[in-house]
Design a protein around this ligand. Structure first.
Ligand SMILES: Nc1ncnc2c1ncn2[C@@H]1O[C@H](COP(=O)(O)OP(=O)(O)OP(=O)(O)O)[C@@H](O)[C@H]1O
Ligand SMILES: [Mg+2]
Length: 415
């Protein structure tokens, strides 16, 4: 293993003889593990900043596979940093494509439960909140995880973090993806065994199965043969461990056989936070994610990530295709992404739509409109003119607030 610049990492294994020794600007200093998608290495740059480098077993020589990979990884990079390990960049031109993401130090949930037993009480609540916060952030960026399971949750010292989102989808229907079915069946939603469309509800199902595993030490449809598990997922009710009533009810709803019957991740988060009084009124999405992040034990993510410089030209002449990005210093604004809507002008339009129905803005305009009407009535003692003054005050206050809020939102998102 090449020398570590930073503190030791428990469980880090030596590089194998034929392992690569660099990935872009990073020295690879050991193996973090290996799964169905490839091998994950710990990378360090010159200043000792650490990343996880996943070398994926995939042939991207087919332009369609390559463009799907680039598209999905670019989407994964837009996921807000709430309880997630940020995707930094990907290299797709070399012989061995790889994805670089934030390194989270800690045990995976799978290993934690195997070695230390089930998660209970407050720790279970925080785990449920943290992982569903991550899922809500992932879905609001238009990404579907497609492989949420206890191996893809790392229990960092500042709370749980979901890793590997978007990678399964980036690999599409390649052989690598289909040969992995064996390992993850226990967390796969029924629609994944049919030829049905796959969307966010399949992650909600996987989230519920993951939390049930954390609480009881076994997934709710068992772990025996592939066909037995698949049969139970498709036809049987889940076998759940004892859990607090609110969580139990939520998990059952999320494990519904029909994806249309499952609540969205954001709804699950609201219900979990309502239970402990953290949310009593409707919150905007970004505030909701912040509360979820905080409840899970994570600090507001205001520290910049290791600044990644663009990869120097490689011996094989390769360059990263998906450029580098640091964690936003002010994550209060979630990069909302709607299918078919680009960034730039689309962002302003979305913000305008969001502000147009903002309850606080409408109430303020209504209040000032009534004040205007009352003042008009005092001045004129006539109903007609005072109603006109009130109406005009409402319209002016509403429009001015709408324009100012949209403009300020736009500046803070781009600033
Ligand atoms: N961002 C990360 N930070 C810290 N450790 C990581 C990170 N990504 C991966 N790891 C470690 O590498 C191990 C292997 O990850 P990998 O994703 O290859 O396997 P997996 O999750 O078991 O299976 P799959 O390929 O289905 O995702 C993980 O179990 C985890 O310990
Ligand atoms: Mg993984």
């Amino acid at each position: 293993m090449s020398e570590l610049a930073g503190p030791p990492v428990p469980g880090l294994a030596k590089l194998w003889t034929h392992d690569p020794v660099t990935a872009g600007p990073y020295r690879l200093v050991g193996r973090l593990g290996a799964g169905g998608q490839g091998v994950v290495y710990l990378g360090e740059d010159d200043s000792g900043d650490r990343v996880a480098v996943k070398m994926v077993n995939v042939d991207l020589s087919d332009p369609r596979a390559r463009s799907q990979f680039v598209k999905e990884i670019a989407a994964a990079r837009r996921v807000a940093p709430f309880c997630t390990a940020q995707v930094l960049f990907a290299e797709v031109d070399g012989e061995r494509p790889y994805v670089v993401s934030e390194f989270i130090e800690g045990l995976t949930l799978h290993r934690h439960v195997r070695e230390r037993g089930p998660v209970t009480g407050n720790a279970l609540h925080r785990l449920a909140v943290g992982t569903v916060t991550a899922l809500a952030a992932i879905h609001s960026a238009g990404v579907v995880h497609c492989d949420l399971k206890p191996d893809n949750v790392v229990l960092g010292e500042d709370g749980p973090r979901v890793i590997d989102f978007g990678i399964a989808r980036a690999l599409g229907n390649t052989e690598t993806a289909s040969s992995r079915v064996m390992g993850t069946t226990a967390y796969m939603a029924p629609e994944r065994f049919r030829d049905d469309a796959i969307g966010p509800p399949c992650d909600v199902f996987a989230w519920a199965a993951t939390i049930a595993f954390a609480a009881g030490g076994r997934p709710p449809f068992g772990t025996d043969s592939l066909f037995a598990v698949m049969h139970r997922v498709l036809h049987d009710p889940p076998d759940l461990p004892a859990m607090p009533p609110v969580l139990d009810e939520l998990i059952r709803e999320c494990l519904a056989k029909d994806p249309a019957d499952r609540p969205a991740a954001e709804r699950v988060l609201v219900r979990l936070l309502r239970q402990d009084g953290r949310v009593t009124e409707p919150l905007r999405r970004e505030s909701l994610l912040e509360v979820g992040n905080e409840t899970a034990g994570a600090p507001t993510p205001d520290h910049p990530l290791p600044q990644v410089t663009p990869t120097a030209p490689q011996p094989g002449g390769t360059q990263p295709q998906v450029p580098t990005q640091a964690r936003p210093t002010q994550p209060a604004h979630l990069p909302v992404s709607e299918p078919g809507v680009g960034t730039g002008g689309g962002g302003a339009l979305r913000r305008l739509r969001r502000e147009a129905v903002d309850a606080w803005g409408i109430s303020t305009a209504l209040f000032l409109g009534s004040v205007g009407a009352a003042a008009g009535y005092v001045a004129s003692s006539a109903l007609g003119p005072s109603a006109a003054v009130g109406g005009a005050a409402f319209v002016v206050v509403y429009l001015v607030r709408l324009l100012v809020a949209t403009a300020l939102g736009s500046r803070s998102e781009h600033g």
